[in-house]
Design a protein around this ligand. Structure first.
Ligand SMILES: *[C@@H]1O[C@H](CO)[C@@H](O)[C@H](O)[C@H]1NC(C)=O
Ligand SMILES: *[C@@H]1O[C@H](CO)[C@@H](O)[C@H](O)[C@H]1NC(C)=O
Ligand SMILES: *[C@@H]1O[C@H](CO)[C@@H](O)[C@H](O)[C@H]1NC(C)=O
Ligand SMILES: *[C@@H]1O[C@H](CO)[C@@H](O)[C@H](O)[C@H]1NC(C)=O
Length: 447
């Protein structure tokens, strides 16, 4: 008892001393000095010289003109995008149907940008987000587009790392049911999704026929790890349907296999890798280890992710989902939220405050959204030829596969042949992602 009190006192004393040291140290630097150092660091971080807000990103954009008069209906003036106080250059956006059948009601929303001065007009990249049902405009505005409006920031800025620097990029909200798209979702599986999208590409190339014959790359993230290989497979197995030269695919943090492989097997290893971030107590860690052992997760990677592989990879349990008592992923998620209620499964280092998001999707959280969602603003919709009457949200509330996605995970079906047929397949992974875990993807692509 006495010892306990003494050590507590010592700890408190140590904390007080530390606090004093920090604060007296802290007083030696004024807010202005601190700010000046941050500004210096920010300048070193930026690639280009000068104030990004004043830079004209449209200068030197590759000159592409579309001879079909319909293209002009989709033209977006790069100086008239709400809240964007720099010129993002010419682009084209709007809705196009997925077929030219009379009475076709299904339309997808796209936004096309030509490349910047260092880019090539020979290439065309297609981008899709995942979900299912999440909008590719999230990718455009917060990941790889020419202007970015990231979480917790006041306004958009030019994106120095825009994919449009090097290539034409086509962002499409798909499948039907996603974002601004119109019509009733009716797809049953990934083959239906691919056919629908290829139908859209055909209609797109009728209007923007100057893009026919380009080197074509399909890209996306998360659930697009399912979409993209199936779309590629459709294009390879239906030659002549679209006049584009599919060269390869690029997928990030892709959903490729059963969740038990990409979430459950690697979950406890992931906790150990980031023990200081999760900050679990020892008894809970021991409980997780025992569970991983019991469920055949514990030595899975050491045993099976070897080169060359010993053979087909076994499932850890009785089926393609976690056995009863083996859902360690959810156990970890619940405990992580108890330690850090701001725990974000997409980026485990997040803590309070939870940053607001102009697209209304702050990490893994619901948040109070005082400002309207950017793409749900009427002025934004008008600027980009989006339907005013469609209420936009980042991830759709309607089921885009009304009765679920009937396809097998892509790695167990079409991905191997897509890798064979393509000139290049790129799979990249973020290491702070807990919803799809990098080590799980390593298991998937091991053979
Ligand atoms: C862009 O291309 C069009 C058609 O090829 C041409 O008429 C126009 O002069 C070009 N503009 C510039 C700035 O090069
Ligand atoms: C992308 O293009 C912009 C505008 O031309 C340029 O300022 C920036 O440095 C480029 N980024 C890279 C990574 O080259
Ligand atoms: C309808 O679209 C298909 C596919 O692009 C095309 O082959 C056909 O010529 C189009 N028909 C009409 C009447 O435009
Ligand atoms: C250890 O963590 C677990 C999971 O959060 C919790 O249920 C348990 O109460 C903790 N034990 C102690 C001794 O703090």
């Amino acid at each position: 008892m006495a010892r306990c009190t003494f050590s507590t006192l010592t700890a408190v004393l140590a904390m007080v001393l530390t606090f004093l040291a920090v604060s007296s140290d802290g007083r030696q630097i004024t807010k202005a000095q601190l700010h000046a150092r941050q500004v210096e660091a920010a300048k070193r971080f930026k690639l280009g010289a000068g104030d990004p807000v004043k830079r004209q990103t449209s200068a030197g954009v590759k000159n592409i003109t579309f001879s079909n008069p319909r293209a002009s209906e989709f033209f977006v003036d790069g100086t008239s995008i709400p809240e964007v106080d720099f010129d993002v250059g010419p682009s084209w956006s709007g809705l196009l149907p997925i077929s030219n059948r009379t009475g076709e009601t299904r339309e997808l929303f796209f936004w096309f940008f030509p490349p910047g001065p260092q880019g090539s007009l020979d290439d065309l990249i297609f981008w899709t987000n995942g979900g299912p049902g999440c909008s590719s405009l999230e990718g455009l505005l917060q990941e790889n587009g020419p202007f970015s409006w990231s979480w917790g920031t006041a306004k958009p800025v030019p994106n120095e790392f825009s994919w449009t620097n090097l290539s034409s990029v086509l962002w499409v909200e798909q499948p039907v049911g996603t974002g601004f798209s119109r019509g009733t979702p009716d797809i049953r599986n990934e083959d239906d999704l691919a056919a629908e999208l290829v139908g859209f590409f055909q209609q797109f190339l009728e209007v923007f026929s100057e893009l026919k014959g380009k080197n074509f790359y399909l890209s996306g993230e998360s659930y697009a790890g399912t979409y993209v290989p199936y779309i590629a497979n459709h294009i390879y197995t239906h030659p002549g349907e679209i006049d584009l030269d599919l060269k390869g695919i690029w997928i990030a943090d892709p959903s490729l296999s059963w969740d038990v492989v990409q979430e459950q097997i690697p979950a406890v290893n992931f906790v150990h890798k980031y023990e200081n971030v999760f900050a679990f107590n020892q008894s809970f860690l021991a409980q997780l280890d025992a569970q991983a052992e019991r469920c055949n997760y514990a030595n899975y990677i050491a045993e099976h992710v070897t080169y060359p592989p010993k053979g087909l990879l076994p499932l850890p349990g009785r089926s393609t989902s976690a056995d009863r008592g083996c859902d360690v992923w959810d156990t970890i998620f619940d405990a992580a939220l108890r330690v850090n209620p701001a725990f974000n499964i997409y980026r485990i280092f997040d803590t309070f405050p939870i940053l607001w998001d102009v697209l209304g999707f702050p990490g893994s959280f619901e948040n109070i959204q005082l400002a309207p969602l950017y793409f749900d603003r009427e002025d934004v919709k008008r600027a980009i030829h989006a339907p005013i009457d469609v209420s936009w949200s980042e991830c759709s509330n309607v089921r885009v596969f009304p009765r679920g996605d009937g396809s097998l995970p892509s790695a167990l079906s079409v991905l191997p042949s897509v890798i064979e047929k393509g000139e290049r397949t790129v799979i990249v992974h973020g290491l702070a992602d807990f919803i799809l875990i990098a080590e799980g993807t390593r298991i998937v692509i091991q053979k």
